[in-house]
Design a protein around this ligand. Structure first.
Ligand code: VNL
Length: 168
């Protein structure tokens, strides 16, 4: 388990269907951001930094319900982070990718270290994003998306923490 309470919150997000109350216009603009959230955060602070939680291969049995959103595989690469804007926690992020997809360019995903994922994902142009599903953890907004770089599947979950600029 993770020792960071914000990362632990990623497991209790309630995912919305179309019937849930929508975010207000300003928050909606953040939540439906198509480009890199790291880049967007960088416009609201001097420096964005990453602190990693769990990172590594996990068996399918350890992944949780979101596994149904990804291709079947016996193990998955998991990366959990907190993203900070000028030292304030702004976002809890979780990335899940089937191990079978970590070939070719995608192998670099395992070597990101403290470099934000967006620097890799958005390096050339906009990768294909299947959908954005919104959700909430108490009063905090969350979203998740499946990206398809070179036909592979990458599930990103992002929880916007209380200090994040979208609540201002
Ligand atoms: C990371 C950075 C992940 C920014 C994110 O969402 C994010 C990361 C999953 O470095 O892992 O918005």
């Amino acid at each position: 388990m993770t020792d960071d309470p914000y990362i632990a919150c990623l497991a209790s997000i309630h995912w919305h269907n179309d019937d849930a109350p929508p975010p207000d216009a300003a928050q909606r603009d953040w939540l439906l951001e198509q480009g890199s959230m790291t880049l967007r955060f960088e416009q609201h602070c001097r420096k964005v930094t990453v602190r990693r939680g769990r990172e590594g291969y996990f068996p399918a049995s350890a992944v949780g319900p979101e596994i149904t959103l990804l291709p079947v595989c016996d193990r998955y690469w998991l990366r959990e982070v907190i993203l900070y804007g000028d030292g304030q926690p702004w976002l809890a992020g979780r990335t899940l990718i089937p191990a079978s997809a970590l070939i070719g360019a995608e192998w670099a995903l395992t070597t990101l270290g403290d470099t934000p994922l967006g620097k890799w994902l958005f390096r050339d142009d906009m990768p294909v994003r299947d959908y954005i599903q919104l959700g909430k953890m108490k009063s905090l907004w969350a979203r998740r998306s499946c990206f398809r770089p070179s036909g592979k599947s990458l599930l990103l979950t992002e929880l916007f923490l209380p200090d994040a600029p979208l609540y201002r």
